[in-house]
Design a protein. Structure first.
Length: 372
């Protein structure tokens, strides 16, 4: 069990996420900085830690090469084109720097759907496991050349947490342009660094800034807290450290500065996959009694459903929310949306007449439901 920042780097398997603003400056890679980071990673490898890198930077590199304004993010078409060009350079960059230290880089490009679909998720998991077994360093990025606004992670913080789940990692290390979570905007006088967080609560989320200070990346502190939530459900620790100086990991360990998010539970593999999914097809609103029952481990029954939105089919992911809008859980629907609308608020004895067939035991069964 990870108890402090220094133990993050003693993990058996570690995911390290690198953002665009750290890797790219003025459209060009920060070679000296990247070389220092790779030296940090090499030291970890030599100590027995298996490393997976989640690296941004393709869009920033490609936009500079193509001469696109707004860093390649002016439109979806620009971002896709920039990613197509930049990914070649990004892969070559990691291959060169890792190769100089005697390490083999392996490129993996993933889409949101690769990790939302159970079979494709297991395929990605198997590939990561085999690469690590063979001694390679997987370098993962979202496949922005084909991703759309509707089906993408949108930031590599959550992708890193998802990859950590798929890889069975013990910890995630997010390199950022700030050295952790502060109790308010770190530019404000008196802002204090929070060194340890036991569970990401509403109060913790309220401390976050939604923007990326560099203007280059797509994430901010909100996405990092979402990543911490996602990792924490699977029993994976997550830390945020500053990546602005050379040898960033060594520097963070020497100063002890950073924020460590401790996992608050350890779901099984399938539940962790389910809890980490980020693209529900619909929403079910439930009454107060149903909300309490769910928190106690019950299935979602039709009688407790008071509102329905979205267009989902049986087996699709749905979000379950309380009357006040709080997201309680998510799970796999046992019915199409039309059938849920027909039986919402109805007791079991009244459902067969509405459906025309014998009702199932639940709208979302507890075996396919994860509290958030």
């Amino acid at each position: 069990m990870v108890a402090d920042l220094s133990q993050i780097v003693q993990s058996r398997r570690l995911v390290v996420k690198v953002g665009s603003s750290l890797l790219v400056e003025g459209g060009k890679p920060r070679d000296a900085w990247l070389e220092s980071l790779v030296q940090d990673l090499t030291k970890l490898r030599e100590s027995g830690v298996e490393i997976i890198v989640v690296s941004s930077g393709a869009i920033a590199l490609g936009a500079a090469r193509l001469g696109l304004d707004k860093g390649g993010r002016g439109s979806l078409a620009d971002a896709q084109a920039a990613a197509s060009v930049g990914q070649i350079g990004l892969a070559g960059l990691w291959s060169e720097k890792l190769g100089a230290q005697g390490l083999t880089a392996a490129q993996m490009l993933l889409t949101l759907e690769d990790l939302e679909d159970r079979r494709r998720y297991l395929n990605a998991s198997a590939t990561l496991a085999r690469l690590l077994e063979a001694g390679a360093v997987p370098v993962v990025n979202e496949n922005d050349s084909v991703a759309t606004d509707e089906i993408r992670f949108g930031d590599n913080d959550r992708l890193a947490a998802r990859v950590a789940q798929a890889a069975g990692a013990d910890a995630v290390l997010l390199l950022s342009d700030v050295d952790g979570l502060y109790d308010r905007d770190p530019r404000e006088e008196g802002a204090k660094l929070i060194e340890r967080v036991d569970g990401v609560t509403r109060e913790v989320m309220a401390m976050a800034s939604d923007g990326s200070s560099s203007g280059m990346g797509s994430g901010g502190m909100v996405s990092k807290l979402q990543a911490a939530q996602m990792a924490g459900r699977a029993g994976i620790a997550l830390a945020i450290i500053s990546g602005t100086r050379e040898w960033p990991i060594d520097n963070a360990l020497a100063t002890g500065r950073g924020t460590l998010f401790l996992p608050h539970r350890s779901d099984g593999a399938r539940k962790a996959w389910l809890g980490g999914r980020v693209a529900p097809k619909g929403t079910l609103r439930v009454d107060k009694g149903c909300a309490e029952a769910l928190k106690g481990g019950a299935s979602l029954l039709a009688a407790g459903v008071v509102g329905i939105s979205g267009n989902f089919q049986r087996g699709d992911l749905v979000s379950i929310v309380a009357m006040n809008g709080e997201v309680l859980a998510q799970g796999l629907a046992e019915y199409d949306v039309g059938d849920v609308q027909a039986i919402a608020g109805k007791r079991e004895g009244d459902q067969a007449e509405r459906l025309g067939y014998a009702p199932r035991s639940a709208v979302v069964h507890r075996d396919h439901l994860v509290l958030l």
